[in-house]
Design a protein around this ligand. Structure first.
Ligand SMILES: Nc1ncnc2c1ncn2[C@@H]1O[C@H](COP(=O)(O)OP(=O)(O)O)[C@@H](O)[C@H]1O
Ligand SMILES: [Mg+2]
Length: 384
């Protein structure tokens, strides 16, 4: 290991345990839940895929967040690419081997190759197409398939999302002998909602599991590399743990903070966090998210950042009096929902709406004071 960036935590046992669970319950997928940026995709790619391949699976990954408008197309595209990989041999030698020789010329001089093996074309309708693709992929590869659908809550947000969910479910049921599936989601409530809106079937169908955050091993690895770079200095693991929890267990962010500490040779992680908060790059990113919001959304965000209930009677009456906002309960609710769908807010059961990114929340709370909302404008405080 040479730099902080080379620090990787691999979780093969976790991968194997998920795969055993899948094999023990044919037709029932698992859905892994954890907030954004804690390492779900990293795990699918670096742990689950190799573990599955070792067990003889063909692993197919689709990122549904990338094609939020047409998530079924994202799934189908991933399946088609996998099918190509299985069927289109890489070398010319392979190509000759796979196509039947139609006719050998009289003197053996012209070796004419048969047309590539042809089959009925795939159905155009995405629902049927997915079904055919799975069948072909399993047949052609002669392997069971692990289908990984990353950020599956995108299915619930798309137009025709319910139909898409029903399709995924039907296809998984139909092919349960040769297909297992793992979903991930960064919004538990969105998934719960999606399962309910699909008439409940998905709810009993997928097994919801909480995807575990990286543990102390990650922090120990960071601290040990720090010690290599600064042999006379030691990082306090307890303090690192507190900050790691504070930033929502996001490993890339934690690495950035420790890298910064290493560059400056400092060991006070709280001070490092404070520096990080003042870093202009973060500042600009947060500010641009904030300025992209409508006035009512901005007001609601400030209120949430200060821990005030956004749909409380008093809050609504204050917001209603603001000329630029003129809020009603319905409008506030719609604003909350929009920001949740945009991933800015989370809405965990029993907790209610909260700003997803803890540091963004700290930034908003520090920069804007809710009293000013009542005066009709959002005034930046001079504290930053
Ligand atoms: N196991 C790990 N070891 C080291 N770094 C990790 C690990 N998991 C995640 N990371 C870091 O965190 C970043 C975000 O992880 P990612 O998998 O994209 O999160 P998610 O899919 O949950 O949003 C990665 O790009 C990587 O830098
Ligand atoms: Mg991800």
């Amino acid at each position: 290991m040479h730099t902080f960036d080379d620090i990787e935590i691999r979780r093969p046992e976790l991968a194997t345990s998920y795969l055993s669970l899948l094999l023990a319950q044919p037709g029932r997928p698992i859905a892994l839940f954890a907030p954004r940026r804690v390492g779900k995709t990293y795990f699918l790619d670096g742990d689950l895929t190799p573990a599955a391949e070792k067990m003889g699976f063909l692993a197919v990954y689709a990122d549904l967040w990338l094609n939020r408008t047409f998530p079924l197309d994202a799934i189908n595209q991933a399946l088609e690419e996998a099918l190509d990989d299985v069927n289109v041999p890489l070398s010319r030698l392979g190509k000759i081997g796979k196509t039947k020789v139609k006719r050998v010329g009289a003197l053996g001089a012209s070796l004419e190759l048969g047309a590539a093996p042809r089959r009925r074309s795939l159905p155009e309708k995405p629902e049927l197409r997915m079904d055919s693709l799975i069948a072909r992929l399993a047949a052609d590869s002669d392997k069971p398939i692990l289908l990984m659908l990353d950020e599956i809550q995108a299915l619930g947000h798309s137009a025709g999302g319910e139909a898409a969910i029903a399709t995924v479910r039907a296809v998984l049921q139909k092919h349960k002998k040769k297909l297992v599936a793992v979903f991930t989601g960064s919004s538990q409530e969105a998934l719960g909602e999606m399962m309910m809106s699909a008439g409940g079937p998905m709810y009993q169908f997928a097994q919801l599991l909480t995807f575990p955050f990286l543990d102390i091993e990650f922090l120990e690895r960071l601290a040990s590399h720090f010690r290599k770079v600064h042999p006379t200095k030691t990082l306090d693991i307890d303090a690192l743990q507190k900050v790691f929890a504070h930033i929502g267990f996001k490993p890339a962010l934690m690495k950035d903070i420790v890298k910064e500490m290493s560059a400056e040779g400092m060991t006070d992680v709280n001070l490092a966090l404070a520096h990080f908060m003042q870093d202009e790059r973060n500042f600009l990113a947060w500010q641009s998210v904030f300025s992209g919001l409508q006035p009512l959304e901005q007001a609601v965000l400030i209120i949430l950042a200060h821990g005030i209930a956004p749909m409380g009677k008093e809050t609504i009456s204050v917001l209603a009096a603001v000329p630029t906002v003129k809020a009603t309960l319905a409008k506030v609710r719609a604003a909350l929902d929009r920001m949740r769908k945009a991933g800015i807010l989370a809405n965990p059961p029993k907790i209610g709406y909260m700003i997803e990114d803890r540091l963004f929340r700290d930034y908003i709370a520090k920069t804007y004071i809710p009293n000013y909302i009542a005066a009709g404008k959002l005034i930046q405080t001079s504290s930053t």
